[in-house]
Design a protein around this ligand. Structure first.
Ligand code: PLP
Length: 445
């Protein structure tokens, strides 16, 4: 067995990591994880306050999913996607039960990015149109076209990317000047008008789909009102454009509904992209789920798409069991209820700590935005620049105190596993509290 130091050394010397210059990578060697906790090689325990990359919704090592994977592995690890298997059929059926509207058939992928790639491809094949319209503050994955689709700065090293993405303004009430002196809904209506104008300018006959996250995720949980989604659906219907909803992060109970878009029951997607919580991250899996008319179209049109690992039996078995666990343990309702506890905790922190400028999100999917001054809203660390102190120091302090979570620029995310208890939520909030106390000294109000 390797020592912790050897594990780190081999990882650094022989593998590449994501989203950073390799020299700055100082990984913690993780040995095991259970429930909301993960354990480093030196025995140190961390609360997983982000569910890793907002995917480990069931917490770590859920025994039912582990068993389902083991049993499937003993029977059949892999066959090509041209065969039928029980877990594939079962998962397809479960997805058609839990997804909204007339979403009826799933094309399985390896993760979220290729769910998005295939969703965009299907929309282009079905409509015969080219352009996909997406929000600036969104993330849709990291292959070439998916990376262009997300408007978030993560795309910038990949520019100009594919030529058929058009970007839309964001319903960002806290920072978009459109919202100054207006309510969220008033501002959203203006943004929707701008979107319709962009469609007109781009040529409606060129626009295959508008693609948005069902509930905004890592770009800052920047979520509009129901009115915005209603207008988006109306614009799509008026011009024959499809609505693709990316539920890769917001799906499977994260926001207190099965899917983020379920907060707006009158709005139904034509295509939904899924991944992450579909297996709680235990085996890589994604899906592009399509409506009945789109599914029928492909009865006599070739679906020009394919992946060696599409509908992988191990992944499908993990997915089917994961969905049963969400149901049997009432985790969707639990996320909604515990989300209220989390919100109250964050609002209490905002009363105590002036550095908290905004609290956003719902369910177990929330974020605080930290500012130097509540009047000017100057961010505690600038947008799209390497993180500066005191955010950088806060990030280190959270880790040191045993809380691992997602931070971006001036934002701290709270997206714990849906199985977290109220006491464990409090444990995390107490750590946040102590770190925010240190940050208050840097408030300039
Ligand atoms: C909303 C959204 N879409 C797509 C993706 C890409 O998924 P993956 O990293 O599984 O390829 C992500 C990943 O974070 C995401 O948050």
């Amino acid at each position: 067995m390797l020592s912790a130091a050897e594990v780190i050394q081999l990882n650094k010397e022989k593998t590449l990591t994501s989203w950073m210059a390799q020299g700055g990578w100082n990984p913690i060697p993780i040995e095991r994880a259970e429930g909301i906790y993960m354990y480093a090689a030196d025995g140190k325990r961390y609360i997983d306050w982000s569910s890793q990359l907002v995917n480990v919704n069931l917490g770590h090592s859920h025994p039912r999913v582990v068993k389902a994977i083991q049993e499937q592995a003993a029977k059949l690890c892999y066959v090509s996607p041209s065969y039928a298997t029980e877990p594939r059929g079962e998962l397809g059926d479960l997805l058609s039960q839990v997804t909204p509207g007339n979403l009826s058939k799933a094309f399985f992928t390896n993760g979220g990015t290729d769910a998005i790639e295939n969703a965009m491809k299907i929309a282009r094949l079905y409509t015969g149109r080219q352009k996909i319209l997406t929000r600036y503050r969104s993330y849709h994955g990291a292959t070439f076209a998916a990376m262009t689709a997300g408007g978030d700065p993560r795309r910038l090293g990949n520019e100009p990317g594919v030529p058929w993405i058009v970007r839309l303004p964001d319903p960002y009430a806290y920072r978009n000047p459109v919202y100054r002196g207006r309510t969220q809904e008033e501002g959203d209506l203006i943004i929707a008008e701008q979107i319709e104008e962009i469609v007109e300018m781009e040529g409606p006959g060129e626009c295959a789909a508008i693609m948005v996250e069902g509930y905004s995720g890592s770009s800052g949980i920047i979520q509009p009102s129901a009115l915005y989604f209603k207008r988006l659906r109306e614009i799509c219907d008026k011009y024959g454009i499809l609505l693709i909803v990316d539920e890769v992060m917001s799906g499977f109970g994260r926001t207190g509904e099965w899917f983020g878009i379920d907060h707006y029951p009158e709005v139904q997607p034509d295509i939904m992209a899924l991944a992450k919580g579909i297996t709680s991250g235990y085996v890589p899996l994604g899906a592009a789920v399509v409506s009945e008319p789109i599914a029928a179209f492909f009865d006599d049109h070739t679906l020009i798409a394919g992946l060696t690992y599409s509908a992988h039996p191990l992944a499908c078995a993990a997915g089917a069991e994961t969905i049963q666990v969400y149901r049997d343990e009432n985790l969707i309702d639990r996320s909604r209820e515990l989300g209220k506890v989390l919100r109250k905790g964050l609002v209490d922190l905002a009363e105590k700590h002036p550095v908290i400028g905004d609290v956003r999100g719902t369910g177990l999917h929330q974020v605080i935005e930290l500012v130097k001054n509540r009047e000017t809203r100057e961010p505690m660390s600038p947008f799209n620049k390497p993180m500066t102190d005191p955010m950088k120091a806060a990030s280190a302090a959270l880790k040191e105190k045993g809380l691992q979570t997602m931070l971006r620029w001036n934002m701290i995310f709270s997206t714990p596993p849906l199985i977290i208890t109220e006491e464990q939520l409090q444990e995390g909030l107490d750590i946040l509290d102590s770190v925010l106390t240190a940050m208050d000294q840097h408030y300039e109000g």
